[in-house]
Design a protein. Structure first.
Ligand SMILES: [Zn+2]
Length: 196
């Protein structure tokens, strides 16, 4: 029969089974940010009858508009779809699949350099938009605004309300679909949740 070669001494592990060296936190200033569209955050949601993944709090599907009958739906965890778009007054549409840093000079903001937000350059002739003005921060199914201590501030007009309201600096404010946002004095954008 087969004779075994000597077994490895007990308690001794081959050296190549150790933990791999850390290779993923090297910061490369000026380097191209790795595409991160593949690792969308996981959130709890429900499917409509047509298998569109939705915010469990939503009364209607954000894609096809069908009513979501809560009692028959069981939330499960899945990759978060885009939460809609922000449409600027010049027609630019920002898909809400990542955080954004809005301002006159967003490229140099630390949030953009660090890869946690995409830059969205917004300028105004009156100079009322700060270089680093507003962060759009996605949290679960919520779209939050954080005014970054901008000089002229950020205002929101909730849907169906004729008035604009200042938001406090450095504090996340959740906005509802249909909200108009004024950045500085003259630039506006609108949050559209429908993603069909
Ligand atoms: Zn649907």
């Amino acid at each position: 029969m087969c004779k075994r070669d000597g077994p490895p001494p007990p308690g001794e592990h081959p050296p190549h089974l150790g933990p791999p060296p850390e290779q993923f936190d090297q910061h490369q200033p000026g380097g191209q940010e790795q595409a991160d569209h593949g690792d969308r955050p996981l959130v709890y949601g429900v499917d409509c009858k047509n298998d569109h993944f939705n915010d469990p709090r939503a009364p209607y599907c954000a894609v096809c508009g069908i009513a979501l009958v809560q009692r028959t739906l069981v939330p499960y965890k899945g990759p978060r779809p885009p939460l809609g778009v922000l449409v600027l007054d010049d027609g630019t549409a920002l898909p809400l699949d990542s955080d954004y840093l809005l301002g006159r000079d967003p490229e140099r903001a630390p949030e953009v350099a660090g890869g946690s937000a995409r830059p969205a350059k917004v300028t105004s002739p009156d100079g009322s938009v700060s270089r680093r003005h507003l962060r759009v921060a996605l949290d679960g199914w919520d779209v939050n605004l954080v005014d970054l201590g901008s000089v002229n501030g950020t205002q929101i007009q909730p849907p169906g309300d004729p008035n604009f309201y200042d938001i406090p600096p450095n504090e996340p404010v959740t906005i509802a679909p249909g909200t108009t946002v004024r950045v500085g004095v003259s630039r506006t954008l609108r949050f559209e949740a429908h993603r069909g």
